[in-house]
Design a protein around this ligand. Structure first.
Ligand SMILES: [Zn+2]
Length: 104
């Protein structure tokens, strides 16, 4: 049995990309690969651990978490840091099959 955690892309929005929510929150948003629920977790890793890859600041190690809906574990990787609407649009173009930042 393959015991590795399923992986899903995460988004960590900061600054201008996060105007629609409490600026005190620092969360990673993701969609559970097990049940499809939209979920989020507190961002744990230092921003210094994010590196520019393919035009985005990304954490390629990611973070393991547990889905609040189905209680299964998953790895959120890569985690892409988005700072403004321009980066958000570029993310949507590159990760077009992800619906993380198209909620409105
Ligand atoms: Zn789930």
């Amino acid at each position: 049995m393959d015991r590795r955690n399923l992986e899903t892309v995460g988004v960590r929005r900061t600054g201008w990309a996060a105007l629609d929510r409490d600026p005190q929150q620092d969360t990673v948003e993701f969609i559970c690969p097990h049940c499809g629920a939209r979920d989020k977790k507190n961002a744990r890793r230092e921003r210094a651990l994010y590196h520019f890859t393919d035009g985005f600041l990304q954490d390629l190690q990611g973070e393991v978490t547990q889905c609040h809906a189905c209680k299964q574990y998953l790895r959120v990787v890569p985690i892409v840091m988005l700072h403004d609407q321009d980066e958000t649009r570029r993310f949507e173009a590159v990760f077009s099959d992800e619906e993380l930042v198209t909620s409105h």
